[in-house]
Structures are given as C-alpha cells and as structure tokens.
Write a protein that binds this ligand. Structure first.
Ligand code: THU
Length: 161
C-alpha cells in the first residue's frame, strides 16, 4: 500500500494593490461583467474576464434558465466566447468574481464542470491558464494552472487522442 499526497499551489494576496496592474485590471473587468449576469433564480452574479495573448480582454457572465440545469457558468460562457470569436488567441489569465446578496468575501472557485472545461482549454492551447479569484472584497487567490484546480483529471489521453 502506498499513500500519495497531491499538492496544489495557491498564491494569496490581501488586497488588489498587491497585484500587478494587469491582474488588477482583469479582476476589475470581471467585476464589471457581473452586471451582464442573467441570474434571476440564484441571484448570484458571476463575472469572468479572459486576458488573451494579443492583449484583448473577453468577458462573460452566468446565464440561467427557468429549466435550471440549462444555465451556464460565467467561466464557460467566457471560454466559449474566446474560442468562437478569437480561436487563434491563447488565454493568459482568467479572472472570476461575483456579486451576491450576502456580500460574501470568500473567492468564488470554479465548479467541477468548469474545472474540466478549463483543463481542456489549457491543453488545447498548450499553455497554462492563470486563474485569479476574488469574492466581494477580501483576499485574492491566484492559481497558476487549471491542473492545480483539478488533480486526477480525465483527459483525451485516455481516449487515445
Ligand atoms: N456559477 C458560475 O457562474 N461560476 C461558478 O464558478 C460557480 C457558479 C453560477 C451558476 C449559477 O448561475 C449561479 O452561479 C449559482 O450557482
């Protein structure tokens, strides 16, 4: 028997002024994108902003539906928009934040489906995606790769691709 320990690294910052101007701006754009969230059911407005290798920023927000499972998270809306509109660009960083009734200062962490999706985008572009997380104020967390969010991931190698 052997026990294996899996480690992920998260860098935590106390306030936006500790971030680079680029990261701070991206987080700000994600915050603005919460304004486009369509979330009448959860009332939890998530915004995401992707910085592309050409310097452009693409934003997205969660889009819900009366048929609840159809709703799409802000992360996947943003990733799909990048792929559909800027297919040649790589994603350097993805900032994610939210606004809710609770004024919750814990960073939002991507759901399992979004982690799997992020991993595939990272593998497709053959470059890590930095993930920047913040709640409604409070600390900021930076994760250097989607792999850090999803140890023991399932990917195309198992399918012989
Ligand atoms: N949501 C996101 O957009 N991203 C996340 O990382 C977590 C959850 C959305 C889905 C749903 O519209 C609402 O937040 C509440 O779960």
């Amino acid at each position: 028997m052997i026990k294996k320990i899996i480690q992920s690294t998260i860098t935590e910052y106390n306030k936006p002024s500790e971030l680079s101007a680029e990261d701070r701006n991206l987080l700000n754009e994600a915050g603005k994108a919460t304004g486009n969230s369509y979330s009448p059911y959860s009332e939890f407005k998530v915004g995401a902003a992707a910085l592309l290798s050409n310097g452009e920023i693409v934003t997205g927000s969660n889009q819900e539906n009366a048929s609840y499972p159809i709703g799409i998270c802000a992360e996947r809306v943003t990733l799909s928009a990048v792929s559909a509109v800027h297919p040649k660009q790589k994603i350097v960083s993805l900032a994610i934040t939210f606004k809710s009734k609770m004024k919750w200062s814990t960073p939002v962490s991507p759901c399992g489906i979004c982690r799997q999706t992020l991993l595939e985008y990272e593998q497709r572009q053959k470059k890590n995606i930095r993930i920047i997380l913040r709640g409604e104020g409070g600390k900021i967390q930076i994760i250097e790769s989607a792999k850090d969010l999803l140890p023991l991931y399932f990917d195309k190698s198992v399918l012989g691709k």
